[in-house]
Design a binder for this molecule. Structure first.
Ligand code: NAP
Length: 303
């Protein structure tokens, strides 16, 4: 709740809409529509997890949702679910690590829909593996950068000229609280998400005057396929994909600079004011949660 208030204080227009205009309109019997109504929203990684839940929620708010991922059958399932609820959705298969496929995607969606108003860079790959098991695995670092950084950067650069020309656009990056916490065993994953987080912060400064804004959503643990391989997370408290999607939708509607959790902010402050104490605490905690079996044998869907 505290976080929400802070977010709204950072976005006065959203504050006005949510706390003044919306109650007045509701009292007059004419509820305000979501700012997403009539918008074209592209969501990557919408074949499962947080992206799937986001696509459904965005469509419920009256947007046309463009679902992007590699698995055709899963995309078809999500598109069918949106349509069964009366929403509008279209599926596009694309491997975000394939540069020419990303360029072709940009051309196709702009040709078929005229524009993309809002982009959600949600597709991602997580690896939890200690450095001790990574000395001969530079490819872990290359693969996470390919999906979590270069793919979304290429897609964003492809869609930005149209957004800036129209004077209207927003990009939401689904990153992780790891950007704030810097948790051991996540060097490859968190470094790639931190790169995207920084890219967005700087891009937003360049495009703000053109009406194009960026939000980084620093999610905490979410119960999806991504964390399934890590035993330690079986009993850990985790959000549902729907709860995580609510944070993404809020970012789309309100356009704050960041959306994050209280725990993420506390970790960020500790890293600033007591970095060595934080190192000691994290080192102690990490030693008690060893690498998963999946990390030892080389699988990499472990958050
Ligand atoms: N789960 C968590 O605890 C957690 C915490 C913090 C942040 N996050 C972030 O939340 C986002 C969503 O993850 P999730 O938890 O919902 O996991 P998920 O269910 O595994 O979803 C990952 C999505 O990314 C897509 N994807 C992966 N590689 C791709 C590629 N090369 N090209 C195109 N699409 C690709 C997958 O679709 P296809 O396989 O069909 O391509 C899938 O739809 C990720 O960015 C993740 O880093 C998750």
């Amino acid at each position: 709740m505290g976080g929400r208030v802070t977010d709204l204080l950072l976005t006065p227009r959203a504050l006005l809409r949510r706390h003044l205009l919306a109650p007045l309109a509701a009292a007059a019997g004419r509820p305000l529509p979501s700012p997403l109504r009539g918008q074209v929203v592209l969501v990557t990684g919408s074949s499962s997890g947080v992206g799937e839940a986001t696509a459904l929620e965005v469509a419920r708010r009256g947007a046309t949702v463009l679902c992007v991922a590699r698995r055709r059958a899963e995309l078809d399932r999500v598109v069918a679910e949106v349509r069964s609820e009366g929403g509008e959705a279209h599926g596009y298969t694309c491997d975000l690590t394939d540069a020419s496929a990303v360029d072709a995607l940009v051309q196709q969606v702009e040709a078929e829909h005229g524009r993309v108003d809002l982009l959600v860079n949600n597709a991602g790959r997580s690896i939890r593996r200690s450095l001790e098991l990574s000395y001969d695995r530079v490819h872990d670092f290359e693969r996470t950068m390919a999906v979590n950084y270069f793919g979304p950067v290429r897609l964003t650069l492809g869609l930005l000229p149209g957004m800036r020309r129209r004077g209207h656009g927003h990009v939401v990056n689904v990153v992780t609280w790891g950007v704030q916490l810097k948790a051991p065993k996540f060097a490859a994953y968190i470094a790639s998400k931190t790169a995207l987080d920084s890219f967005a912060r700087i891009a937003g400064r360049e495009t703000w005057a053109d009406g194009v804004t960026f939000t980084n959503v620093r999610l905490d643990l979410v119960r999806t396929d991504m964390i399934a391989a890590t035993d330690a997370y079986r009993r850990a408290p985790a959000k549902s994909p729907q709860q995580a999607a609510a944070m993404v939708v809020r970012a789309l509607e309100d356009r704050p600079v960041t959306v994050s959790t209280v725990a993420g902010r506390v970790g960020e402050v500790l890293n600033l004011v007591a970095p060595r104490l934080s190192d000691a605490g994290w080192g102690w905690a990490a030693a008690r949660v060893p690498d998963s079996e999946a990390a030892r044998v080389g699988a990499d869907r472990s958050a």
